[in-house]
Design a protein around this ligand. Sequence first.
Ligand code: UD2
Ligand code: MN
Length: 383
Amino acid sequence: MTRLMLGRTLERICKGVLLLCVLHFLIMMILYFDVYSQRFDLFSRFNNGRNGSRSNLSGAAAGGHHYYYYNLSRPNATLASLLATGRQLVPSTEPDNTQAPSPKPLPPCPENPPGLVGRLLIEFSSQMTMEQVQKENPNVTEGGRYTPPDCRPRWKVAIIIPFRHRENHLKYWLHYLHPILRRQKMDYGIYIINQLGEETFNRAKLLNVGYAEALKDGEYDCFIFSDVDLIPMDDRNLYHCYDQPRHFAIAMDKFGFRLPYAGYFGGVSGLSKKQFLKINGFPNEYWGWGGEDDDIYNRITLNGMKVSRPDNHIGRYRMIKHTRDKHNEPNPQRFHKIRNTKNTMKTDGINSLTYRLVQVKKYPLFTNISVEIGKPPPRPIKG
Ligand code: UD2
Ligand code: MN
C-alpha cells in the first residue's frame, strides 16, 4: 500500500518536472524568436539606410554596429532582447559613446507643412491684452524665439519690425503671427526696432539696424521685414527666404487686393543674408514716409536679381487702419532720390550704418531693440 502511494507521488513529481521542462523549452523558444525578429528588424533598417533614407539614423548610428545599440535603445526594446545580447548589462570594452546614444536627428521640415489651414479670418475689433497673447503662445521662448520640435527647418529667420508708438498694432501682430509661423514650422525670432525720440521716422534705417542686431543674437540666414500693421490672410504665404528676394504683401485690402504697381516692394519683404549683402542692405537716408521701398526694389534689379512673389490669392493682407503718424510726413525728396539709387547704393547702406544702441530687452513674445538713429541732415537753404 505504502509502495503504491510512494509510486504515485514519484509519478506526480516526474510529471511536474516534465511540465517544468516543457515550460522552460517554450520560454527559450519565445526568447529565441524575439531576438531573431530584432535582428531581422535591424537588417531591414540597415538596408534602408544604405538606400539613402537616413531619416531614422543618427550620423554615428548609420555606420553599422553602432546602429545595433541605437536599435536596442528604442522604447519598445524588450527585456528579452536586452538579455539576449547582454550588451546593456555587461560592462563593455568599447568606447563610451555606445552607452549614451546620440539623440535621433530630426527630419527636414516639409516644404508644405501639413498643419496649415489656408485662408484665415483676420479682424481687429476684439480687444486683447499682451498677457492674453502671451498665454496663447506658451511654446514661444524668451525674446520671441521658436523652433519646431519635430523637424529641421531649412532657414533661420529673423523677423524685423520698424516701430514707434504702435503698441496696439503690435498686440494684434503677435496674436496672429506667432501661431501662423508655428504652423509654418519656422525657426524664427521677432525683433522690434524701436526708434527713440521724436525725430523724423526712418523705416529703412531701422530695418538695417534690425539686420545688424538680429545677427548679434542668432545665426540668421534669412530676414523678413514687416510693417507692424500687416497681417497675412493666408498661412500658405510661407515666411522664409527664396531663390530671389521675396515680396510677400502683394494683395492688400487697402489697395483692393491688387499690386498697386509692378515695382511695388512695400509692406512685407524677405531677403536671405546673401541677397541683403549683395544690395548693400537698405538706404539710411530716407527720412519720413515713402520712397524707401522703391529704392530697395531698384537695388534688387540693379544687382541682377528679380523679385519673387506668391500667388495673388495667397499673398493677401489686412492692414490695421490708421492715420499718418506724427513725425512721419511724406518725404518730399523721395522722387528725386529713387532716380539716383544706382549712384547712392554703394555708399549708403549696411556698410555706412551708424546708430546708438540704447537698450535690448527680451520680452516673452519679442525682443525690443531701442535705438537712436539721428535725424535728417539740414535742408539746403533755398536762395
Ligand atoms: C506703406 C508701406 C510701408 C512703407 C511706407 C512708406 C504698405 C502696407 N506699407 O505704409 O512698407 O513703404 O508706406 O514709408 O503699403 N511706423 C511706426 N511708427 C511710426 C511710423 C511708422 O511704427 O510712427 C512703422 C510701422 O511698422 C508701420 C510702418 O512703419 O507699419 C510703415 O508706416 P505706415 O504704416 O505709417 O505707412 P503706410 O501704411 O503708408
Ligand atoms: Mn501702415
